[in-house]
Structures are given as C-alpha cells and as structure tokens.
Design a protein. Structure first.
Length: 423
C-alpha cells in the first residue's frame, strides 16, 4: 500500500466525512508560511494550521529550544514535582496578561483550558457553600469539543447528536448595534437572579461562528455588571491570544478585566499541544485550604509538559520582539486596506477585520451555515491555487502566521478577488 492508502485504511481525520471527500494532502515538511507536500507543491498556510501557528512553520529558534529540552527533561509528573520551563512560562505569561491575573493552571489544549476554567468557577462557589451553579454564554459561542466546552457553546449541527447530554446554559443574543440595549437588559436580569456561577465569552470576536466582531464597550458593561454582582467572568482567549487581534490579548481592549483567562492555540507558536487557564487571587483564595475536599482535583497526564513549556517560552521570546509586533501591525493595516477597497464590492455580504484576522462573507441564495454548498466551491478553489483557506460555510477568513510577507498576502488577496469576480 502507498501512504495515502494506508492513511485511508488506518486513520480517522477530524471534522471529515469518511466517504466522498478529496484525499488529504501528505505534507512532508514546512517552513515559514509554506507547507511542502509529497508531490512537490508549496502551499501558503493562510489558516495558520487551525489558527495555531503564529511565527511560521518549523521556526529554527523554537526547534532548537524544543530539541534542547527533549534532551534534558522530556516529561515529569506535575503533582509533587515542578520544573523551570513551567515556572518561566508562568512568569512570562503573567508579565503580559492583564495585571489582575495571578496564577497559572496548565492543561493540554483549548478545550481542556475551558474545562478547567468552568470547573474552577463552579468549585469556587461550592467551596464557600454557595448555591451558584448556572452559566451564561453568548449565542454562537464555540469553546471546544469536549462535553463541558460543548455545553457552553452554541447548540448547532455539530452538537446535535449530543444535545441531551449537555448541561443547560443560558444564552444571550449575539450583540449587534441594533440589539445592544436589549442584550444588556436581559443579561442584567439573568445576573440579578443570583443563580449564576460564571459568564463565559470569546472577547470581542467569536471565531468558529464566523469571525464575528462585537462591541468592546458593551462587553465591558456586561463584565462590570457581572463582577459587581459576584459572577465570575471567563474570557476564552484560545483564538484571540498572542497578538491575533492586534493587541497581545483581546482583553487588552477592555477596561474591566476577566477573572479567568483561557489560552492555547498560539501559545507554543503552533509547535506543541498546551493549554493554560489563568486566574485572579480572588479565585485562588477560595481554594487556600489544607482540606482535600476544597482542593482543585483536576489534572492531565501531560500537564505542563516541559517540551511544550519550552516551545511556549521560545514563542513568547519571538512574540515580544519588535520585529514580530511590527509584523502584526503591518498585517493589520494590509487587511484594513483590502477591507476598504472592497467595502462596496457586490456579491460580498460583509467584509470585516480585526488585527491579523480578515473575514469575507459571500451572498448565498440558500443555506449560510457551515453546511452551506458554497464551502465545496471555496475550499478547492484556493487549494488549486496553492493557498490553504478553510471556509466556514459561505465565509472565508485569513488568519496568517505573522511572518507572512506583503507579497504572500497579496497573492492571497488576489486569489480572493479572482474568486469573487468568478461569481
Ligand atoms: C479552537 C478553540 C477552542 C478549542 O481549542 P482546542 O485546542 O481545539 O480544543 C476553544 N475556544 C476557542 C475560542 C477556539 O477557537
């Protein structure tokens, strides 16, 4: 059997039907923004391989740090033991996170960072003998694919087979200019019931629901009201963290800072799987006890894996360099320019950008969901032009590694323009 036949025989790929889809492309190496395939193609990764790769692929500095760490200490149990890569990373993260954050809890990925945040918030009230058990989330939310993270996400085609197994959550409408006042009023009414443990949100931009941007001022008002009424605010910065939105964190656009912050995707520069849940001293205080019943009894085998922490420390060093910050601003203004150029282009339902994220929504006659027919047109169109853009239904978005050059960005923009003139 050749490699592809073996792949088909042995492997089950994520979010992929087992029949009727094109063969996967076999990637043999990658560098910078390019994926190199077995058959000699060079594909621009304008998706940052599911939004994780921020410094380009196979970055030599990260690779070197990973290699050093693998030869020194590859892994150690994280209960009763600790190590310098985890300690340095906590120190590094706390130096750039909002000032109210004071402790770091490690896990393996975005979904687990959410599970940790939810459990941390539920037990915060439990430890104090208070009956606050419900959660508020925003319509359209995506927080991951495990049961807890699915529960606080939108009930959609993705969650249909599992709906009855998800815990109940109160959703407020996705905020728009038109419904702002009513969203805030409903939110306040919910909070006033005193039943809520936490409010979870993707700050100012929802990722998987279609790179939907909403008003930071309204979110500030919601956080302020929740915090004044003893509801824990959890910011899911799994997608927005580490410069994606133009600032280091989307929470940096807010005046009122979240109590708990979840990080993953960009954390290791897309090199290793790692999740982080940070929290304030006030959260920690409810756990300050020798009592095992008040202990946060949660952990994963690979919690704070030293190689993952070493790659995150290397990624942090690159992120904090002026060169990287300049790249983020450069991509931001390129996106802005492209947006302004096409604000009135017909066939586009909407074009929007925030920091290094640019999203373009096309008019469709029928379904605009993820299952939209248009998806089957968009994905191959760009791939045939050696550009990886994974559409969300009738929407495409660019979320590139920060090292993408202006020429490479232009190539992606040109392909997008070619697509809408073909419509
Ligand atoms: C991707 C994502 C998650 C889930 O992270 P995984 O590492 O895929 O489990 C959670 N929240 C947001 C906002 C995400 O974009």
């Amino acid at each position: 059997m050749n490699w592809l036949d073996k792949d088909k025989e042995y492997i089950w790929h994520p979010f992929t039907p087992l029949l009727g889809v094109a063969d996967p492309l076999c990637v043999t190496s990658a560098s910078g923004v390019y994926l190199h395939t077995e058959d000699g193609r060079k594909i621009i990764d304008a998706n940052s391989s599911w939004w994780v790769n921020i410094h380009g692929h196979a970055h030599p500095f990260i690779a070197e740090k990973v290699s050093e760490q693998a030869k020194t200490l590859e892994h150690v149990i994280f209960a009763g033991f600790t190590h310098k890569p985890a300690i340095s990373l906590a120190e590094n993260l706390l130096s750039i996170l909002p000032k109210n954050q004071s402790k770091i809890f490690y896990s393996d990925n975005g979904s687990t960072s959410i599970e940790v945040a939810l459990k941390m918030a539920f037990q915060f009230w439990y430890n104090q003998g208070l009956n606050k058990k419900r959660v508020i989330a925003i319509d359209g939310a995506y927080h991951g694919d495990t049961f807890g993270s699915m529960s606080v996400g939108e009930r959609s085609d993705f969650t249909k087979p599992f709906t009855e197994h998800l815990f109940e959550v109160e959703f407020v409408d996705f905020p728009t200019e038109a419904n702002k006042a009513s969203v805030l009023e409903r939110f306040k009414n919910l909070i006033d019931s005193n039943e809520f443990a936490s409010f979870i949100f993707e700050p100012i931009i929802q990722g998987a629901s279609g790179m939907r941007i909403y008003d930071a001022t309204l979110l500030d008002q919601m956080i302020q009201y929740a915090q004044n009424n003893s509801v824990i605010c959890i910011a899911d910065e799994v997608m927005t963290g580490f410069g994606r939105t133009g600032k280091l964190f989307a929470s940096d656009y807010l005046k009122y800072k979240p109590d708990i912050i979840c990080l993953s995707k960009g954390l290791t520069g897309g090199t290793m799987a790692l999740g982080v849940t940070s929290c304030t001293n006030a959260i920690v205080d409810a756990y300050m006890s020798k009592d095992l019943y008040k202990t946060f009894l949660h952990g994963h085998s690979f919690t704070a894996n030293p190689i993952a922490c070493a790659s995150a420390n290397a990624s942090f060093e690159l992120l904090m360099k002026q060169e990287c910050q300049d790249n983020i601003q450069r991509i931001t203004s390129q996106h802005e320019r492209f947006k302004q150029k096409h604000e009135h282009t017909s066939k586009l339902k909407d074009i929007r950008s925030l920091g290094t994220i640019l999203a373009i929504e096309f008019e469709t006659e029928n379904d605009s969901s993820y299952f939209s027919e248009m998806r089957n047109q968009l994905y191959p169109f760009f791939l045939e032009r050696n550009i990886l853009l994974r559409p969300l239904g009738n929407l495409i978005y660019i979320i590139p590694p920060y090292v993408i050059s202006n020429d490479e960005l232009e190539k992606v923009y040109a392909a997008i323009e070619e697509f809408f003139t073909s419509l």
